[in-house]
Design a protein around this ligand. Structure first.
Ligand code: ZN
Length: 439
């Protein structure tokens, strides 16, 4: 007798992102939101009786991409302030606009818009950091997207919270409310060393250890931030965090553009993870992170889009390709970050940084069915010698045709299943009018 299944997917290639390479003529079988089996296509048809069998000719089936750093709600600031250095961009444009406009409604609408963009581009999980994470969590749940919600902390007031204690209390209460949601996970998200005091970092570190949660923070993004830290604390930010005991396998540092050999050693020695955001670093002229040295030091690396205000695309195919090319060009070593490693960074390695790799990040029976079908049969992709090479160097998010999160179909033949594009566009237009009434 055949075993029951919800779905049999029959792509041209399965790319599991595990030790085994691309598998031709294989099936992936899904039951109850989980990957039940991966086996030769003929055997799958003989062994399973599925509610639906979906042939995906010309498609590569990959694990859903994991966006290791973003501020989803900032999609509403897309193109609002361009062509400025980080501190001028933050102080003169972004922070004043956030102070004036950011609210629960803003975060709900912006996160929903971002979730739609990410899902349509094959991103099934994101590591988010923004104000009003409750509104963001509700939007991710409405979209049916997996997210690690940052319990954001700053040592200055915002419309969301008054001081560090208030931020922490609100974050922890939210986690208590939502921690049983299967699509949501939580991390502490102290914004950056230049916005967080030693005392606040200390509290966060204690709580993160007690609760076994990641700490997600911006680090060494610009030279200015390092100079200011030397003035204020007498040490560079990473050294300061090391002294406070924050570095460890639950630490996700974002950017790490300006780091010396000793700091790379510290990050490696403590098993820290890094979120590399090459487009954001280029656009804000922060510089180019020394990815070749991270890799040689054995640091686990994922990619992030950062927010749409500094990118301005939430496109992980774009980040993956740019990261691979920049690492080669900047180091003079064409062998650094080969295609398979870039794809693994965008999936399994990023999942590992979030401590979610037992659930997602690769196509393995038992893991959740977060799956993406990518069309490699476009004319621009001909001929296909190696689907993994094409996924990094040829494919773009426009080649994504189907997306499942937890076994649920989110993108069907390039159409979002449960999100209304007209409604999202109307909301974005509403906020554009509020942000720039004369525009
Ligand atoms: Zn950021």
């Amino acid at each position: 007798m055949k075993a029951p299944a919800d779905l049999i997917l029959l792509p041209q290639w399965v790319v599991p992102v595990e030790s085994e390479g691309p598998l031709a003529d294989h099936a992936v079988v899904v039951l109850d939101g989980r990957i039940l089996d991966m086996l030769p296509a003929d055997a799958a048809q003989a062994r399973y009786d599925a509610v639906q069998t979906l042939p995906l000719p010309g498609r590569a089936l990959i694990p859903g991409l994991v966006n290791l750093h973003g501020h989803a709600a900032m999609s509403l600031f897309r193109g609002y302030a361009d062509d400025l250095p980080l501190m001028a961009w933050l102080n003169d444009r972004i922070w004043p606009a956030e102070k004036k406009h950011v609210s629960e409604a803003f975060v709900r609408d912006g996160t929903l818009l971002a979730a739609a963009e990410m899902l349509a581009g094959g991103i099934t999980t994101c590591n988010d950091m923004y104000f009003f994470p409750k509104a963001a969590g509700e939007a991710f749940l409405q979209a049916g997207m997996r997210a690690t919600l940052g319990m954001i902390v700053l040592d200055f007031p915002s419309a969301y919270a008054s001081d560090a204690d208030d931020y922490l209390a609100k974050g922890l209460a939210l986690r208590d409310d939502l921690k049983d949601e299967p699509l949501l996970a939580f991390a502490f998200a102290p914004h950056a060393p230049y916005t967080i005091s030693d005392a606040t970092f200390g509290r966060i570190n204690t709580l993160a250890e007690q609760l076994g949660l990641p700490i997600h923070t911006h680090i060494h993004e610009t030279d200015d931030e390092i100079r200011d830290s030397l003035k204020q604390y007498g040490v560079r930010p990473l050294e300061r965090l090391a002294r406070l005991g924050l570095l460890g396998p639950n630490f996700i540092g974002v950017h790490a553009v300006h780091v010396n050999e000793a700091e790379i050693g510290l990050l490696a020695q403590h098993g820290c993870h890094l979120a590399h955001c090459p487009t954001s670093n280029l656009k804000l002229a922060s510089g180019i992170a020394p990815v070749d040295r991270f890799i040689r030091a054995g640091i686990n690396l994922g990619f992030g889009t950062d927010g749409a205000a500094s990118n301005n695309r939430l496109d992980l195919f774009g980040e993956m390709r740019l990261a691979a090319l920049l690492a080669k060009g900047a180091s003079g070593d064409p062998a650094i970050l080969p295609a398979a490693a870039a794809l693994r960074a965008a999936t399994l390695d990023a999942a590992r940084a979030l401590n979610l790799d037992s659930q997602i990040g690769s196509i393995v029976p038992g893991k959740r069915a977060d799956l993406v079908a990518v069309d490699l049969h476009a004319l621009s992709g001909q001929p296909v010698f190696d689907p993994v090479s094409h996924l990094v160097y040829v494919a773009g998010r426009e080649h994504v045709t189907h997306v499942w999160v937890d076994g649920k179909l989110k993108l069907n033949d390039r159409r979002l299943v449960n999100l209304d594009i007209d409604d999202l566009t109307a909301r974005a237009t509403y906020w554009r009018t509020k942000l720039a009434p004369q525009g």
